[in-house]
Write a protein of this length. Structure first.
Length: 229
């Protein structure tokens, strides 16, 4: 198996080449100087790829009684990634996530595994925290922890993620059934990316219901990824 850093770099360069050939030259992200970006003071972060006046995350208010740490713990465990809105991911398969919570740094650590054809199976790690400068809990900040430092000069270090939809609490205390995350657009993927995360494959009725919520936020219609290769 190839080195993970090399896989990550090849993947990013492959996506950049594909997008450049498909949509022409895109505006480059501001390169970082090696220092952490200055947090925004906006009450609602800018999120390319979705409506600026998007409504609140569906069902999120049902979890308002939970502390931040308990809410993050609810997101831990194994996830199956069911969706994408970008055509170049149609051949990807076996996309899984394993989330753990670091209580010291108050960070949700996401370990991803997938096969981006024609590359071999790739694994990488993201760090997710609440966006403390936003007005709602649905706004998150993602740090692509596995991204080689030289790539952050091109793609930036921190990204905004929004929780678009979340399953209603289970009356039987079962783990959270699904959560929908939108990774806001950056230069390499200007339309953003949508992740429907589920503990198991959802029914078509559930997917159609989620699809309607996604479209109501101005996000492109998603397609379902194959669960295995």
């Amino acid at each position: 198996m190839m080195n993970t850093d090399n896989n990550y770099a090849l993947l990013c360069l492959l996506l950049l080449a594909v997008l450049a050939s498909a949509v022409g030259t895109t505006s480059a992200a501001d390169p970082l100087s090696g220092q952490p970006s200055v947090p925004r003071n906006d009450s609602q972060p800018t999120c390319e790829g979705m409506d600026s006046d998007a409504g609140p995350c569906r069902n999120l208010d049902l979890y308002s009684h939970l502390s931040d740490s308990k809410f993050m713990h609810m997101l831990t465990g194994e996830w199956l990634v069911l969706s994408s809105i970008n055509w170049f991911m149609e051949t990807w398969c076996g996309f899984h996530g394993n989330f753990t919570y670091n209580t010291t740094s108050r960070t949700l650590v996401a370990h991803w595994s997938f096969r981006p054809y024609p590359l071999p199976t790739t694994q990488f790690e993201d760090h997710i925290t609440f966006n403390r400068n936003a007005s709602g809990r649905e706004w998150l900040t993602l740090d692509p922890y596995s991204m080689p430092s030289w790539l952050t000069k091109f793609f930036g270090r921190y990204r905004t993620v929004r929780i678009v939809d979340i399953a209603r609490p289970s009356s039987s205390g079962r783990p959270l059934r699904y959560v929908v995350l939108f990774d806001c657009g950056i230069s390499i993927v200007p339309g953003g990316e949508l992740f429907v995360l589920a503990r198991e494959m959802l029914s078509q009725d559930e997917l159609d219901d989620i699809q309607s919520v996604v479209r109501s936020n101005g996000i492109s219609k998603f397609f379902t990824l194959p669960a295995s290769c």
